[in-house]
Design a protein around this ligand. Structure first.
Ligand code: M6R
Length: 365
Protein backbone atom coordinates (compact mmCIF):
# COMPACT_ATOMS: atom_id res chain seq x y z
CA UNK A 1 0.00 0.00 0.00
CA UNK A 2 3.04 2.27 0.28
CA UNK A 3 3.53 1.80 -3.44
CA UNK A 4 7.23 0.98 -3.20
CA UNK A 5 8.03 3.86 -0.85
CA UNK A 6 9.60 3.25 2.57
CA UNK A 7 7.00 5.38 4.38
CA UNK A 8 3.62 6.98 3.80
CA UNK A 9 5.12 10.40 4.50
CA UNK A 10 7.57 10.24 1.60
CA UNK A 11 4.95 8.65 -0.63
CA UNK A 12 2.62 11.53 0.13
CA UNK A 13 5.36 14.11 -0.47
CA UNK A 14 5.89 12.53 -3.91
CA UNK A 15 2.17 12.49 -4.58
CA UNK A 16 2.06 16.27 -4.38
CA UNK A 17 2.26 17.02 -8.12
CA UNK A 18 -0.77 14.81 -8.66
CA UNK A 19 -2.60 16.18 -5.63
CA UNK A 20 -2.06 19.75 -6.85
CA UNK A 21 -3.30 18.83 -10.30
CA UNK A 22 -6.42 17.11 -8.94
CA UNK A 23 -7.24 20.11 -6.77
CA UNK A 24 -6.88 22.59 -9.62
CA UNK A 25 -8.43 20.67 -12.52
CA UNK A 26 -11.98 21.81 -13.23
CA UNK A 27 -11.54 24.79 -10.91
CA UNK A 28 -8.76 26.77 -12.55
CA UNK A 29 -9.20 27.05 -16.29
CA UNK A 30 -7.28 29.75 -18.18
CA UNK A 31 -9.56 32.33 -19.77
CA UNK A 32 -12.46 31.37 -17.51
CA UNK A 33 -13.58 32.52 -14.07
CA UNK A 34 -12.53 30.31 -11.14
CA UNK A 35 -15.15 27.58 -10.64
CA UNK A 36 -16.00 26.73 -7.06
CA UNK A 37 -19.11 24.62 -7.35
CA UNK A 38 -19.73 24.14 -3.64
CA UNK A 39 -19.26 27.79 -2.67
CA UNK A 40 -22.39 29.86 -3.14
CA UNK A 41 -21.38 33.38 -2.26
CA UNK A 42 -22.53 36.18 -4.54
CA UNK A 43 -20.91 39.55 -5.04
CA UNK A 44 -23.64 41.17 -2.90
CA UNK A 45 -23.10 38.75 -0.06
CA UNK A 46 -19.35 39.24 -0.19
CA UNK A 47 -19.69 43.03 -0.14
CA UNK A 48 -21.82 42.70 2.98
CA UNK A 49 -19.13 40.92 5.02
CA UNK A 50 -17.14 43.31 7.14
CA UNK A 51 -14.55 40.76 8.09
CA UNK A 52 -13.23 37.32 7.33
CA UNK A 53 -11.80 35.02 9.98
CA UNK A 54 -9.72 32.02 9.04
CA UNK A 55 -9.64 29.55 11.91
CA UNK A 56 -7.84 26.20 12.10
CA UNK A 57 -5.24 24.19 14.04
CA UNK A 58 -1.63 23.19 13.38
CA UNK A 59 -0.60 22.93 9.77
CA UNK A 60 -4.09 23.92 8.59
CA UNK A 61 -3.65 27.15 10.59
CA UNK A 62 -0.39 27.73 8.73
CA UNK A 63 -2.25 27.41 5.43
CA UNK A 64 -4.62 30.03 6.84
CA UNK A 65 -1.74 32.45 7.41
CA UNK A 66 -1.01 32.31 3.70
CA UNK A 67 -4.74 32.58 2.94
CA UNK A 68 -4.83 35.91 4.76
CA UNK A 69 -2.05 37.33 2.60
CA UNK A 70 -3.67 36.01 -0.59
CA UNK A 71 -7.19 37.29 0.21
CA UNK A 72 -6.02 40.66 1.49
CA UNK A 73 -3.72 41.22 -1.47
CA UNK A 74 -6.06 40.08 -4.22
CA UNK A 75 -9.54 40.82 -2.87
CA UNK A 76 -8.72 43.64 -0.41
CA UNK A 77 -10.93 42.26 2.37
CA UNK A 78 -9.49 42.37 5.90
CA UNK A 79 -8.73 38.87 7.23
CA UNK A 80 -7.83 37.71 10.72
CA UNK A 81 -6.30 34.28 11.26
CA UNK A 82 -6.41 32.44 14.56
CA UNK A 83 -5.90 29.01 16.03
CA UNK A 84 -9.26 27.45 16.90
CA UNK A 85 -8.47 26.81 20.58
CA UNK A 86 -7.63 30.51 21.08
CA UNK A 87 -10.34 31.99 18.87
CA UNK A 88 -13.10 30.24 20.80
CA UNK A 89 -12.17 31.71 24.12
CA UNK A 90 -11.34 35.28 23.19
CA UNK A 91 -14.91 36.47 22.67
CA UNK A 92 -14.41 37.38 19.01
CA UNK A 93 -16.82 39.72 17.23
CA UNK A 94 -19.09 37.44 15.20
CA UNK A 95 -22.38 38.33 13.51
CA UNK A 96 -24.14 38.04 10.17
CA UNK A 97 -21.48 40.31 8.68
CA UNK A 98 -18.84 37.68 9.43
CA UNK A 99 -17.49 35.17 6.97
CA UNK A 100 -15.61 32.32 8.60
CA UNK A 101 -13.25 30.03 6.72
CA UNK A 102 -12.30 26.89 8.61
CA UNK A 103 -9.49 24.69 7.34
CA UNK A 104 -9.15 21.06 8.41
CA UNK A 105 -7.63 18.09 6.64
CA UNK A 106 -9.65 15.56 8.63
CA UNK A 107 -12.75 17.69 9.00
CA UNK A 108 -13.06 16.32 12.54
CA UNK A 109 -10.77 18.52 14.65
CA UNK A 110 -12.76 19.25 17.82
CA UNK A 111 -11.81 22.89 18.37
CA UNK A 112 -12.27 23.80 14.70
CA UNK A 113 -15.68 22.12 14.63
CA UNK A 114 -16.70 23.96 17.81
CA UNK A 115 -15.70 27.30 16.24
CA UNK A 116 -17.78 26.47 13.18
CA UNK A 117 -20.86 25.68 15.30
CA UNK A 118 -20.52 28.66 17.65
CA UNK A 119 -20.00 31.05 14.72
CA UNK A 120 -23.00 29.76 12.82
CA UNK A 121 -25.14 30.22 15.92
CA UNK A 122 -24.07 33.87 15.97
CA UNK A 123 -25.05 34.34 12.33
CA UNK A 124 -21.75 33.82 10.48
CA UNK A 125 -21.53 32.02 7.17
CA UNK A 126 -18.93 29.25 7.08
CA UNK A 127 -16.76 27.99 4.26
CA UNK A 128 -14.95 24.75 5.07
CA UNK A 129 -11.73 23.76 3.37
CA UNK A 130 -11.29 20.05 4.04
CA UNK A 131 -9.87 16.89 2.57
CA UNK A 132 -12.46 14.44 3.85
CA UNK A 133 -15.74 14.23 2.00
CA UNK A 134 -18.67 13.84 4.38
CA UNK A 135 -16.64 14.79 7.47
CA UNK A 136 -18.43 16.67 10.27
CA UNK A 137 -16.93 20.01 9.25
CA UNK A 138 -17.83 19.43 5.59
CA UNK A 139 -21.40 18.49 6.49
CA UNK A 140 -22.05 21.39 8.81
CA UNK A 141 -20.47 24.19 6.81
CA UNK A 142 -22.51 26.37 4.45
CA UNK A 143 -19.96 26.11 1.66
CA UNK A 144 -17.18 23.60 1.03
CA UNK A 145 -13.89 23.43 -0.82
CA UNK A 146 -12.70 19.83 -1.00
CA UNK A 147 -8.93 19.63 -1.39
CA UNK A 148 -8.96 16.27 -3.20
CA UNK A 149 -5.46 15.42 -1.99
CA UNK A 150 -6.42 11.76 -1.54
CA UNK A 151 -6.10 9.95 1.80
CA UNK A 152 -3.25 11.26 3.96
CA UNK A 153 -1.91 8.58 6.31
CA UNK A 154 1.34 10.17 7.54
CA UNK A 155 0.58 12.01 10.77
CA UNK A 156 2.58 15.01 9.59
CA UNK A 157 0.56 16.79 6.96
CA UNK A 158 2.29 17.31 3.61
CA UNK A 159 0.13 16.91 0.51
CA UNK A 160 -2.99 18.04 2.35
CA UNK A 161 -1.20 21.26 3.30
CA UNK A 162 -0.13 21.93 -0.28
CA UNK A 163 -3.68 21.48 -1.54
CA UNK A 164 -4.98 23.73 1.26
CA UNK A 165 -2.77 26.39 -0.25
CA UNK A 166 -4.41 25.83 -3.64
CA UNK A 167 -7.76 26.21 -1.83
CA UNK A 168 -6.93 29.54 -0.22
CA UNK A 169 -5.45 30.93 -3.45
CA UNK A 170 -8.51 29.77 -5.41
CA UNK A 171 -10.86 31.44 -2.92
CA UNK A 172 -8.77 34.63 -3.01
CA UNK A 173 -8.87 34.64 -6.82
CA UNK A 174 -12.60 33.93 -6.81
CA UNK A 175 -13.28 36.84 -4.42
CA UNK A 176 -11.06 39.12 -6.49
CA UNK A 177 -13.01 38.17 -9.60
CA UNK A 178 -16.33 38.82 -7.85
CA UNK A 179 -15.26 42.19 -6.52
CA UNK A 180 -13.12 43.29 -9.46
CA UNK A 181 -10.30 44.31 -7.14
CA UNK A 182 -7.52 43.30 -9.52
CA UNK A 183 -6.83 43.53 -13.24
CA UNK A 184 -8.18 40.45 -15.06
CA UNK A 185 -4.82 40.06 -16.81
CA UNK A 186 -3.00 39.79 -13.47
CA UNK A 187 -5.48 37.22 -12.14
CA UNK A 188 -5.13 35.29 -15.41
CA UNK A 189 -1.36 35.34 -15.02
CA UNK A 190 -1.64 33.85 -11.52
CA UNK A 191 -4.02 31.12 -12.72
CA UNK A 192 -1.76 30.15 -15.59
CA UNK A 193 1.25 30.08 -13.31
CA UNK A 194 -0.59 27.96 -10.74
CA UNK A 195 -1.21 25.35 -13.40
CA UNK A 196 2.55 25.03 -13.95
CA UNK A 197 3.20 24.24 -10.28
CA UNK A 198 2.63 20.45 -10.39
CA UNK A 199 5.48 20.13 -12.86
CA UNK A 200 7.65 22.50 -10.87
CA UNK A 201 7.09 20.51 -7.68
CA UNK A 202 7.99 17.35 -9.61
CA UNK A 203 11.25 19.01 -10.61
CA UNK A 204 12.09 19.79 -6.97
CA UNK A 205 11.42 16.15 -6.06
CA UNK A 206 13.71 14.81 -8.77
CA UNK A 207 16.99 15.44 -7.02
CA UNK A 208 17.06 15.54 -3.24
CA UNK A 209 20.79 14.92 -2.71
CA UNK A 210 21.59 18.37 -1.37
CA UNK A 211 18.68 18.25 1.05
CA UNK A 212 19.70 14.80 2.28
CA UNK A 213 23.22 16.09 2.76
CA UNK A 214 22.00 19.01 4.88
CA UNK A 215 19.70 16.67 6.84
CA UNK A 216 22.73 14.53 7.68
CA UNK A 217 24.61 17.63 8.81
CA UNK A 218 21.91 18.81 11.23
CA UNK A 219 20.41 15.58 12.50
CA UNK A 220 22.39 15.64 15.73
CA UNK A 221 21.40 19.18 16.66
CA UNK A 222 19.27 20.43 19.52
CA UNK A 223 18.05 23.73 18.11
CA UNK A 224 17.41 24.96 14.60
CA UNK A 225 16.19 28.36 13.45
CA UNK A 226 13.92 29.17 10.55
CA UNK A 227 13.91 32.70 9.20
CA UNK A 228 11.86 34.46 6.55
CA UNK A 229 10.20 37.69 5.54
CA UNK A 230 6.73 38.12 4.06
CA UNK A 231 5.37 34.84 2.72
CA UNK A 232 8.76 33.27 3.47
CA UNK A 233 7.98 33.78 7.15
CA UNK A 234 4.71 31.82 6.81
CA UNK A 235 6.70 29.06 5.12
CA UNK A 236 9.23 29.17 7.98
CA UNK A 237 6.46 28.62 10.53
CA UNK A 238 5.19 25.51 8.74
CA UNK A 239 8.71 24.22 8.03
CA UNK A 240 9.59 24.56 11.69
CA UNK A 241 6.53 22.58 12.82
CA UNK A 242 7.33 19.84 10.31
CA UNK A 243 10.87 19.51 11.66
CA UNK A 244 9.64 19.41 15.26
CA UNK A 245 7.04 16.73 14.52
CA UNK A 246 9.23 14.48 12.43
CA UNK A 247 12.67 14.89 14.02
CA UNK A 248 11.94 15.98 17.63
CA UNK A 249 14.51 18.75 17.19
CA UNK A 250 13.50 21.99 18.82
CA UNK A 251 13.08 24.71 16.25
CA UNK A 252 11.74 28.22 16.05
CA UNK A 253 10.58 30.36 13.20
CA UNK A 254 11.27 34.08 13.24
CA UNK A 255 10.47 36.94 10.90
CA UNK A 256 13.83 38.22 9.60
CA UNK A 257 13.14 41.72 10.87
CA UNK A 258 12.50 40.48 14.41
CA UNK A 259 15.98 39.00 14.80
CA UNK A 260 17.51 42.08 16.29
CA UNK A 261 14.59 42.43 18.68
CA UNK A 262 15.76 39.49 20.71
CA UNK A 263 16.36 36.14 19.10
CA UNK A 264 19.74 37.07 17.63
CA UNK A 265 21.03 36.58 21.19
CA UNK A 266 20.68 32.83 20.54
CA UNK A 267 22.75 32.80 17.37
CA UNK A 268 26.19 31.39 18.05
CA UNK A 269 28.96 29.45 16.33
CA UNK A 270 27.64 26.37 14.50
CA UNK A 271 23.89 26.98 14.91
CA UNK A 272 21.81 26.01 11.86
CA UNK A 273 19.57 28.54 10.20
CA UNK A 274 17.17 27.58 7.42
CA UNK A 275 15.62 30.25 5.28
CA UNK A 276 13.80 30.81 2.03
CA UNK A 277 14.00 33.78 -0.33
CA UNK A 278 11.07 33.92 -2.71
CA UNK A 279 9.79 37.46 -2.15
CA UNK A 280 11.83 39.53 -4.58
CA UNK A 281 10.98 42.86 -2.90
CA UNK A 282 12.45 41.57 0.32
CA UNK A 283 15.62 39.89 -1.02
CA UNK A 284 17.93 42.67 0.04
CA UNK A 285 16.51 42.93 3.55
CA UNK A 286 16.67 39.14 3.95
CA UNK A 287 20.23 39.07 2.66
CA UNK A 288 21.33 41.41 5.42
CA UNK A 289 19.59 39.19 7.99
CA UNK A 290 21.44 36.16 6.63
CA UNK A 291 24.73 38.04 6.76
CA UNK A 292 24.01 38.97 10.38
CA UNK A 293 23.64 35.33 11.42
CA UNK A 294 26.56 34.14 9.26
CA UNK A 295 28.86 36.69 10.87
CA UNK A 296 27.95 35.11 14.23
CA UNK A 297 28.95 31.67 13.00
CA UNK A 298 25.61 30.22 11.81
CA UNK A 299 25.44 27.57 9.06
CA UNK A 300 22.81 28.59 6.57
CA UNK A 301 20.66 26.55 4.22
CA UNK A 302 18.73 28.79 1.85
CA UNK A 303 15.92 27.93 -0.54
CA UNK A 304 15.54 30.29 -3.47
CA UNK A 305 14.71 30.67 -7.16
CA UNK A 306 17.12 29.08 -9.61
CA UNK A 307 18.01 32.48 -11.06
CA UNK A 308 18.99 33.94 -7.69
CA UNK A 309 22.54 32.57 -7.64
CA UNK A 310 23.76 35.47 -5.47
CA UNK A 311 22.60 33.60 -2.39
CA UNK A 312 25.51 31.13 -2.80
CA UNK A 313 27.87 33.89 -1.76
CA UNK A 314 26.63 33.90 1.81
CA UNK A 315 24.99 30.51 2.41
CA UNK A 316 26.51 27.07 3.02
CA UNK A 317 23.90 25.20 1.04
CA UNK A 318 21.45 26.58 -1.51
CA UNK A 319 18.44 24.58 -2.66
CA UNK A 320 17.03 25.88 -5.92
CA UNK A 321 13.38 25.89 -6.85
CA UNK A 322 11.97 26.83 -10.27
CA UNK A 323 11.12 30.50 -10.76
CA UNK A 324 7.51 31.45 -10.19
CA UNK A 325 5.33 34.42 -9.15
CA UNK A 326 6.18 35.51 -5.60
CA UNK A 327 2.58 35.41 -4.40
CA UNK A 328 2.23 31.65 -5.02
CA UNK A 329 5.85 30.71 -4.23
CA UNK A 330 4.98 29.02 -0.89
CA UNK A 331 3.57 26.05 -2.86
CA UNK A 332 7.10 25.39 -4.14
CA UNK A 333 9.27 26.66 -1.30
CA UNK A 334 7.72 24.46 1.38
CA UNK A 335 8.57 21.22 -0.47
CA UNK A 336 12.33 21.18 0.31
CA UNK A 337 11.49 21.82 3.98
CA UNK A 338 9.19 18.77 4.07
CA UNK A 339 11.96 16.66 2.57
CA UNK A 340 14.46 18.03 5.06
CA UNK A 341 12.23 17.12 8.01
CA UNK A 342 11.68 13.65 6.52
CA UNK A 343 15.37 12.93 6.02
CA UNK A 344 16.38 14.23 9.45
CA UNK A 345 13.83 11.83 10.92
CA UNK A 346 15.32 8.98 8.87
CA UNK A 347 18.86 9.79 9.98
CA UNK A 348 17.65 9.71 13.58
CA UNK A 349 15.90 6.39 13.03
CA UNK A 350 12.52 7.71 14.20
CA UNK A 351 9.00 6.59 13.39
CA UNK A 352 8.40 9.02 10.50
CA UNK A 353 4.80 8.11 9.79
CA UNK A 354 3.71 8.08 13.43
CA UNK A 355 5.75 10.52 15.50
CA UNK A 356 5.50 10.04 19.25
CA UNK A 357 2.57 11.59 21.13
CA UNK A 358 0.74 12.70 17.98
CA UNK A 359 -2.56 11.61 16.47
CA UNK A 360 -3.69 12.13 12.89
CA UNK A 361 -6.99 13.55 13.95
CA UNK A 362 -7.39 15.50 17.20
CA UNK A 363 -11.01 14.93 18.20
CA UNK A 364 -10.62 16.00 21.83
CA UNK A 365 -10.33 19.61 22.95
O1 M6R B 1 -7.24 17.57 10.43
P1 M6R B 1 -6.80 18.95 10.70
O2 M6R B 1 -6.27 19.65 9.49
O3 M6R B 1 -7.89 19.79 11.35
O4 M6R B 1 -5.64 18.85 11.76
C1 M6R B 1 -5.07 19.98 12.33
C2 M6R B 1 -3.77 19.64 13.02
O5 M6R B 1 -3.98 18.72 14.04
C3 M6R B 1 -2.73 19.09 12.05
O6 M6R B 1 -2.48 19.97 10.99
C4 M6R B 1 -1.41 18.80 12.77
O7 M6R B 1 -0.79 20.00 13.15
C5 M6R B 1 -0.50 17.96 11.87
N1 M6R B 1 0.13 16.93 12.64
C6 M6R B 1 0.54 18.78 11.17
O8 M6R B 1 1.46 18.07 10.47
Amino acid sequence: EKGGYAHFTIKEIYEQPKALKDTMTSRIIPGEKIRLDDIHISKDMLTNYSRIYIVACGTAYHAGLIGKVAIENLARIPVEVDVASEFRYRNPIIDHKTLLITISQSGETADTLAVLRESQTKGARVIAITNVVGSSIAREADDVFYTWAGPEIGVASTKAYLTMLVAVYSIALHFAELLGTEETSYLEEIKKEMLTLPEKVAKILKDTTKIEHFADKIHGEKDVFYLGRGLDYQIAVEASLKLKELSYIHSEAYPGGELKHGSIALIEEGISVITSLTQRELFEKMQSNIKEVVSRGAKVMAITYEDNKDVEKYSDEVIYIPNTMDIIAPILAVVPTQLLAYYVSLYKGLDVDKPRNLAKSVTVE
